[in-house]
Design a protein around this ligand. Structure first.
Ligand code: NG1
Length: 518
């Protein structure tokens, strides 16, 4: 429940299960050893947060609509201690992610023009202080923090590696300062905090990262953020496949993610205006959800009414800035006054125009599919029909993402096609798109042959060219059951023999020294 506190565990099994515990212990030992090497002392605690796969409900969270993700096993872990007078953010993979230092002032800006990986930590840090300030209490004076991060969620893959680092960083900062928030509080403030890196994201990823639970997917809804269990039918396995096309959300935001957010907002404002709202009131509308009551009044309830409204009120093709301003009666510079991200989008793409009709049609139909998916998943009477119903909704979602929302890419479309030909009951892109992963619904017993077919028909040229290695295939093509949400770990962890390289490879049971963490 959103009102439950974020859990703190002393046993690693509580998060990773008995089966996953040895590998997780080994990983934390490596992280702790690298931490000691970097900072000359043990971390005080760890915090971890998982990535997620979204089963259905794409690009609708920022429009206020419910989505249906589940947490993955793959996560980011942050080791932390108080010390020094700076924020020193290191990564276990130091070659790829070099150490970054910041001052401790929570009011400092995140430099979005020069994106570096540790900006996600800084965004979370700022978010913690925003949250504490919003509670009315005097926030604790900033202190130096020493941090080491290790993430195994594939980057830029639509599995929300960004929310994993933001949520784990926020929890680490709070825990080390003795703050114990609820899951709902963290889901809410980390969503706002992640926007400091320059993407005007919705709240799905942070919510499921914090509220995910083993064995169940979640219907995540917003305002206020909350999550309900969705039990998936027996025999359903979700297989994730990475197209290996990288989608850098932050760097491409003005032409992709943030542009879609702007297009939806303009569509909502124009619908409001056309339904009689005065210009100022129409300009104040932020989401397609907000105009639902006015749409229902004129066009009738349900999806049919919404799609008729979109069809009659919005024009096909691209809207140029002049046309929108004339129809709305408000200049875009005024509509987005004080909002740097949308203003940047307008500056970059206004000459090419905005597609409003197709975007709105996607949002309304996708929002409807989410509830149909939940109903189909939980309808015990549907028997053998359940999986095909879920699969058909996933297929329709992909088609809508590709054609109406234009957030797919040739590689994702190919991968979806290969998955369907290999027997997937349903298959779609997952996450923001433009690259990254697909998720396919496969019958439990068919998973082996399904993966073999994908290997053969999608990955073999990529293996041959070295884009992916045999050893890396497990991170590229895998099935993941719904897994645990974020947690703080205060575990007794013995360092392995020695502190470097091979030494930290020693198995967990070969403990020689006293526990280093209480
Ligand atoms: P990815 O890029 O998969 O992490 C993004 C947004 C979500 C949601 C999806 C599209 C962030 C942190 N996440 O997810 O809120 O809008 O795209 O459904 O930007």
């Amino acid at each position: 429940m959103a009102s439950d506190p974020v859990p703190e565990y002393k046993e690693i099994e509580s998060v990773y299960g008995l089966e996953g515990a040895p590998a997780a212990t080994h990983r934390l030992q490596r992280l702790a050893a690298a931490f000691r090497k970097q900072f000359g002392a043990d971390p005080e605690l760890f915090a971890r947060a998982p990535g997620r796969v979204n089963l259905i409900g794409e690009h609708i969270d920022y429009e206020g609509y419910g989505v249906l993700p589940m947490a993955l096993r793959l996560d980011t872990v942050v080791a932390i201690r108080r010390g020094g007078d700076r924020l020193v953010v290191a990564n276990l993979d130091a070659e790829k992610f070099p150490v970054v230092e910041y001052g401790t002032d929570p009011a400092q800006a995140v430099d979005t023009a020069h994106h570096v990986w540790a900006n996600y930590f800084l965004a979370a840090y700022k978010g913690v202080y925003d949250f504490l300030a919003s509670k009315g209490a005097d926030p604790p004076a900033p202190v130096g923090l020493q941090v080491m991060v290790h993430g195994v969620v594939p980057l830029a893959g639509g599995l929300s590696s960004s929310a994993a680092i933001v949520c784990s960083s926020a929890l680490a900062v709070m825990a080390v300062r003795g703050v114990h928030p609820t899951k709902g509080e963290v889901a809410d403030f980390t969503c706002k905090a992640e926007r400091y890196v320059g993407v005007t994201s919705g709240g799905m990823d942070q919510a499921i990262s914090v509220m995910g639970q083993p064995g169940v997917a979640k219907l995540v809804e917003f305002n206020p953020v909350r999550a309900e269990d969705v039990h998936l039918p027996p025999g359903a396995t979700f297989v994730i496949a990475n197209s290996l096309t990288v989608s850098k959300k932050q760097e491409t935001a003005d032409r992709r993610y943030n542009l879609r957010v702007v297009e939806c907002r303009l569509a909502a404002a124009l619908i409001a205006r056309k339904l009689g709202a005065p210009p100022a009131a129409a300009a104040a509308v932020r989401t397609l959800r907000e105009v639902e009551p006015a749409v229902a009044e004129k066009f009738g309830p349900g999806l049919k009414g919404k799609l008729r409204a979109v069809d009659e009120l919005l024009e096909r093709g691209n809207y140029l800035q002049d046309k929108i301003e004339a129809d709305l009666g408000v200049p875009l510079s005024e509509l987005f006054a004080g909002e740097p991200s949308p203003l940047r989008v307008v500056g970059v793409v206004a000459g090419e125009g905005f597609k409003l009709r197709d975007r709105a049609a996607h949002v309304y139909s996708e929002a409807d599919r989410v509830y149909k998916f939940r109903a189909a998943a939980e309808d015990e009477s549907s028997g053998a029909e359940a999986l095909p119903r879920l699969g058909a909704l996933m297929d329709a979602s992909h088609a809508s993402c590709a054609r109406l929302y234009e957030c797919s890419c040739p590689e994702l479309d190919t991968l979806v096609g290969v998955a369907k030909a290999a027997g997937a009951i349903g298959s779609r892109l997952t996450g923001a798109g433009w690259g990254g992963c697909t998720v396919s619904l496969v019958r439990h017993g068919d998973v082996g042959p399904f993966m073999a077919a994908l290997r053969e028909n999608y990955y073999s040229p990529l293996l041959a060219s070295g884009r992916v290695t045999e050893g890396g295939m497990g991170e590229v093509l895998f099935a993941s059951p719904p897994s645990s949400g974020a947690a703080v770990l205060r575990i007794k962890l013995a360092p392995s023999e020695g502190e470097e390289g091979a030494a930290v490879e020693a198995p967990a049971r070969e403990r020689k020294r006293e526990p280093v963490m209480a």
